[in-house]
Design a protein around this ligand. Structure first.
Ligand SMILES: NC(=O)C1=CN([C@@H]2O[C@H](COP(=O)(O)OP(=O)(O)OC[C@H]3O[C@@H](n4cnc5c(N)ncnc54)[C@H](O)[C@@H]3O)[C@@H](O)[C@H]2O)C=CC1
Ligand SMILES: O=C(O)C1=N[C@H](C(=O)O)C[C@H](O)C1
Length: 256
């Protein structure tokens, strides 16, 4: 199998630590450097605080980014400019940012994968919700995460709403005269669908999609109890990004 040289951004984070372990445990992956905002990462590879400096010194095949929305966007753009293929788990990118990165990837004929959720169960939960939304017009998304999470709604919830929007007629849900007596009670409104974000210590990453119709509800739920749940998706993304010449948004687009 072709050897893939990898740089990881965010190696000391909750996801970054798992990704470092994945790369070390995978025979055809080699960790050649990391990018952190501090020089303190205790790893046996060079630690860079500046991505351009990293790419001037090293030529990884793939950048795995698990940082924060602003940093992740800058890293993805810089990687593409330097001919490095990004695999991005970082969430919170805007639609405009995704469009701009897609254009850049295509102009360079480079693969780039941005996956709001690498867990296969979460991808199936999104697909099943999309299937169900063909038959149920009313949908509420409840995402539940640990209280260290920076972005709300989660990338997974936004992606779920986008996938459902592809198959359902736009609909403003709830009573036409409903009023929030406490601001935010009805959550975020995406094309009439509502997204509710729960943040609690003890949680990892969970999402429940509730669909309702007369006399019945359907609930589709996924739970990640450990960040190891995301790693098979990271692995398949690294292998796949080497064969792509465009940006793919969402793991569902690369799985058979
Ligand atoms: N796609 C997926 O399946 C998943 C995505 N995520 C996303 O991954 C991202 C990271 O999540 P966590 O690991 O939980 O966060 P975390 O806060 O534990 O880790 C983020 C890391 O980024 C580092 N960082 C910040 N600024 C940096 C910079 N300028 N250069 C390099 N590193 C920098 C921080 O030091 C920290 O170690 C989030 O956006 C989260 O939503 C999280 C879990 C699964
Ligand atoms: O921050 C997290 O933890 C997670 N972020 C991703 C998201 O925003 O959807 C994926 C997963 O839910 C965990």
């Amino acid at each position: 199998m072709e050897q893939i040289n990898i740089t990881i951004a965010g190696p000391r984070g909750r996801m970054g630590k798992e990704a470092v372990q994945l790369v070390k445990d995978t025979e055809h992956f080699t960790l050649i450097s990391v990018i952190d905002h501090k020089k303190e990462a205790e790893l046996d590879v060079p630690v860079y605080t500046d991505i351009e400096e990293c790419f001037q010194d090293e030529a990884p095949h793939v950048l795995i980014d698990l940082t924060t929305p602003e940093v992740g966007y800058h890293h993805t753009k810089t990687a593409l400019e330097y001919g490095v293929r990004p695999v991005v788990g970082t969430t919170g990118f805007s639609r405009d940012e995704l469009e701009e990165l897609k254009e850049l990837a295509e102009s360079k004929s480079l693969g780039c994968i941005i996956a709001p959720n690498f867990a296969i169960g979460a991808v199936l939960m999104m697909k099943f919700s999309q299937m169900a939304a063909k038959y149920f017009d009313d949908v509420e998304i409840i995402e539940l995460h640990h209280d260290r999470k920076l972005d709300a709604p989660s990338g997974t919830a936004v992606k779920t709403a986008e996938m459902i929007r592809e198959v359902r007629q736009s609909k403003e849900q709830g009573h036409p005269d409903e009023k929030e007596t406490h601001s935010g009670a009805r959550g975020a409104n995406v094309d009439g669908m509502h997204i509710h974000s729960v943040r609690l210590p003890g949680l990892i990453a969970h999402q429940q999609v509730m669909l309702g119709a007369e006399g019945q509800t359907l609930t589709i739920r996924h739970d990640s109890f450990h960040r190891g749940s995301f790693m098979s998706g990271v692995k398949v993304s690294v292998d796949t990004v080497m064969k792509l010449d465009t940006l793919v948004y969402g793991l569902e687009n690369i799985l058979d």
